[in-house]
Ligand binder design. Structure first.
Ligand SMILES: CC(C)(COP(=O)(O)OP(=O)(O)OC[C@H]1O[C@@H](n2cnc3c(N)ncnc32)[C@H](O)[C@@H]1OP(=O)(O)O)[C@@H](O)C(=O)NCCC(=O)NCCS
Length: 367
């Protein structure tokens, strides 16, 4: 049975920074309150031309470059996102088209902020089954477009960005060792985007009532999160046959410093075992774990052979954890220049459209 290794990683965040002081100018809040209750100092906010697909594509190209893999080598693209660009087509297909990943299947996965862990686990299982060899998992968000900027309970928390991992098959033991996934739909009302789906399609009333914005019961979500972070970490470690002390770092979903601190206390682990960057990005939902992982690798906190735990929770309710032995790129004789694939992806996309147009003429579907 092949093993599923994490061989590439990349992130992309929009340039504009919104500080707590910037927020205090638009809602009744202040820097001290936000820092003390959440640990957040600033977050990135998408520009007009930043979308989950554009941020996700940039993160993916960086991940492919680290893995030394061409987009056309990909068999599968899973895009975990809480802010898809459309109900359909999937944001994963937009990324597939941008990359020119012409051989890949692509779909979106909606498990809110736990989505990246679910997606990694799905990619690993597809690889272990022998069905595929190379997968791309992307977590990408523009939450700022669904935030009510007059609601101080939620607008202080969220930010935009993307992260991506390449997962590859190898006979070498290691890589993704275990994962656990959980859900409890009875808590679906605690964190929700009520309208815009098929239950409450957009109407003048849904817009007037502000039902296209994130609704959250902060205290209840906080209570739920502090319970499941430690328990799912322990469960995934048991499944991998590892002890807490075997773990070099824990990379948690970045929602609130106090939630991470509670998890550290629950696990009786020092807080410096956790990777924390919520202060600079806020909660970027599915993107928070890969962004934290990329920064940890680039700062030398994660090295090949290290045992790493990813743990998260989110709307649904969903939660889960995944244990991996960090791998790094697989040995390869060739050097792929991923830089040129952004342009090549565009060219391929235009060629496909022209091909469809000509086919339409030949089959008489166009006037
Ligand atoms: C949202 C959250 C930061 C609020 O912190 P909290 O300590 O629970 O604060 P509370 O909601 O109890 O509010 C305490 C007080 O601060 C006020 N307050 C709320 N937001 C505020 C803000 N941005 N600035 C200033 N005061 C604020 C409240 O109105 C309340 O005032 P009151 O006591 O006079 O009613 C916290 O509950 C949280 O992080 N929850 C989890 C959210 C989360 O992770 N969501 C994403 C999941 S993926």
């Amino acid at each position: 049975m092949p093993y599923a290794h994490i061989t590439g990683w990349g992130m992309s965040v929009p340039e504009p920074v919104m500080t707590n002081d910037d927020l205090a100018r638009i809602v009744d809040t202040n820097d001290q309150w936000i820092r003390e209750r959440t640990g957040i100092r600033e977050r990135r906010i998408a520009r007009e031309n930043d979308f989950p697909s554009t941020l996700g594509t940039s993160a993916a190209l960086r991940a492919l470059s680290v893995a030394n893999l061409k987009p056309s080598d990909l068999d599968l693209i899973i895009c975990a996102t809480s802010t898809p660009e459309h109900l359909f087509p999937a944001t994963a297909c937009l990324i597939q088209d941008n990359l020119g990943a012409t051989r890949a299947g692509a779909f979106d996965l909606l498990a809110a902020c736990t989505g990246f862990i679910y997606g990694l686990n799905m990619a690993a299982q597809s690889i272990r089954s022998g069905a595929i060899k190379n997968a791309l998992v992307v977590g990408t968000e523009t939450l700022s477009r669904f935030v009510d900027w007059t609601d101080r309970n939620t607008c202080i928390l969220f930010g935009d960005g993307a992260g991506a991992f390449v997962v590859q098959a190898s006979e070498q033991p290691g890589g993704i060792l275990s994962a656990v996934m959980h859900s409890d739909g009875s808590g679906g009302n605690l964190l929700t985007l009520p309208a815009g789906g098929s239950r409450h399609p957009a109407t003048e009333a849904t817009i007037r009532e502000g039902r296209h914005y994130i609704y959250m019961d902060g205290r209840e979500v906080f209570r739920f999160a502090t319970k499941v972070m430690a328990s799912s970490t322990e469960e995934a470690l048991r499944a991998a046959g590892l002890a807490k002390d075997d773990v070099s770092v824990i990379i948690p979903h970045q929602a609130n410093f106090r939630i991470i601190d509670a998890a550290a206390r629950g696990l009786k682990l020092p807080i410096d075992r956790f990777v924390i960057n919520v202060d600079r990005y806020g909660n970027t939902s599915t993107a928070s774990i890969p962004i934290a992982a990329v920064e940890a690798v680039e700062r030398g906190r994660v090295k090949a052979g290290d045992k790493v735990v990813f743990v998260g929770f989110g709307a649904g309710l969903t939660w889960g954890a995944l244990v991996a032995e960090w791998s790094g790129p697989l040995p390869s004789p060739r050097k792929v220049n991923v830089g040129r694939y952004r342009l090549l992806g565009r060219v391929l996309s235009v060629l496909r459209r022209i091909e469809r147009f000509i086919e339409g003429l030949i089959w008489g579907r166009r006037a």
